[in-house]
Design a protein around this ligand. Structure first.
Ligand code: NAD
Ligand code: UFG
Length: 336
């Protein structure tokens, strides 16, 4: 199939392009490179030994999106393009609502006009809010504490309503848990700008000596060791989940958790990283981070049942691959 991948130069998008090309699909990437570079596109080609087509456009731009649908016989869309920094979304909510909601509507409109009935959307476990764990797809969504989360819940609702009105439209709403790691080649991975907010990129930068020590946000949560628990999922497993979702689309809107179903605490992740890579990660216990919840992980059984997909890579592989990318990324940047 010809698949339009919006945000295909980004962290999850680039790994999904590799998985799509490997599965024999043709890939057309639309990305404005706001949070990525076209270096990732060269690396995708290098890993997959396949070509792809790239449009540097903003997917809120209706006529630019229309041009892509005119130039290519698009069979399906995977919509990753979006802004994702939770804290920033509180500071500039209009930018988040505009970018994340308008992009979804522009793409849905083009799908309607060009009779494209396959759509896969990047949602987030954040839409569950403070529900009890494990999070199950049938749960009522609780309000999130930030505009970013609201854009995901709203986009889900918009796509669900469109599917209700057009019975031929098939949508998979994929709720990601915590994606970490990198492609095992070390050529693509997560390269956040500035000081990372998320745990794994922070850990890899401490391991490299770029940051002095990890601050563990809270050790008095009601969890096994008092530190926060999350469902970390290897980004390559996540990418493969998109191919499975595309292959198993059915009419209507269907929600799937993409997680491992297993919770790992902050200290367990630090220990796993040290074991996987033989490097010490200095840390100190700090105050809880405002807005964090103690623990969440997926009930991942629906994706297994309906998509035939499960995450295969364990926490050691996630830590090993994240570290390999960190080391290689540094070489790439320094050799420029
Ligand atoms: P990323 O920032 O690495 O990738 C997003 C890509 O979209 C970037 O390349 C960016 O340049 C592009 N983009 C943003 N707005 C655009 C626009 N208007 N037009 C064209 N391109 C645009 O982020 P990621 O981690 O790969 O996340 C991909 C998707 O998954 C996002 O929608 C994100 O909200 C969602 N998600 C991510 C996580 C996570 O922890 N990484 C968790 C849950 C959901
Ligand atoms: N943590 C630390 N120190 C750090 C960074 C994080 O102790 O320097 C802890 C957090 O307190 C939390 C765990 O590590 O217990 C994971 O934190 P992340 O920031 O890596 O991830 P979150 O679960 O807070 O949020 C991420 C994304 C959200 C998304 C959510 C679910 O940032 O956008 O996963 O997919 F909604």
């Amino acid at each position: 199939m010809n698949i339009l991948v919006t945000g295909g130069a980004g962290y999850i998008g680039s790994h999904t392009c590799v998985a799509l090309l490997k599965a024999g699909h043709k890939v057309i990437v639309a990305d404005n490179l706001y949070n990525s570079t076209n270096q990732a596109l060269d690396k995708i080609k290098q890993i997959s030994k396949e070509e792809l087509t790239f449009y540097q456009i903003d997917v809120t731009n209706e006529s630019a999106v229309d041009d892509i649908f005119t130039n290519h016989n698009i069979d399906g869309v995977i919509h990753f393009a979006g802004l994702k920094a939770v804290g920033q979304s509180i500071e500039i909510p209009l930018t988040y609502y505009y970018n994340n909601i308008v992009s979804t509507m522009v793409l849905a409109k083009a799908c309607k006009k060009y009779h494209v009935n396959r759509f896969v959307f990047s949602s987030s476990a954040t839409v569950y809010g403070d529900n009890t764990v494990p999070f199950v797809e049938t749960m009522n969504l609780l309000p999130t504490t930030n505009p970013y989360g609201e854009t995901k819940a709203m986009s889900e609702r918009i796509l669900t309503d469109i599917a209700k009105a057009n019975p031929e439209f098939s949508v998979a709403l994929l709720r990601y848990f915590n994606p970490v790691g990198a492609h095992e080649s070390g050529l693509i991975g997560e390269a956040p700008n500035g000081i990372p907010n998320n745990l794994m990129p922070y850990v890899t930068q401490v391991a490299k000596g770029k940051l002095e020590k990890l601050r563990v946000f809270g050790n008095d949560y009601p969890t096994m060791d008092g530190t926060g628990v999350r469902d970390y999922i290897h980004v390559v497993d996540l990418a493969e989940g998109h191919v499975a979702a595309l292959d198993n689309l059915k009419e209507g809107a269907h929600v799937y958790n993409l997680g491992t179903g297993k919770g790992t605490s902050v200290l367990e992740l630090v220990k796993a990283f040290e074991k996987a890579n033989g490097i010490e990660v200095p840390y100190e216990i700090a105050d809880r981070r405002p807005g964090d919840i103690a623990s969440f992980y997926a009930d991942a059984s629906k994706a297994k049942r309906e998509l035939g997909w499960t995450a295969k890579r364990d926490i050691i592989a996630m830590c090993r691959d994240a570290w390999r990318f960190e080391k290689k990324y540094k070489d790439l940047v320094e050799s420029k």
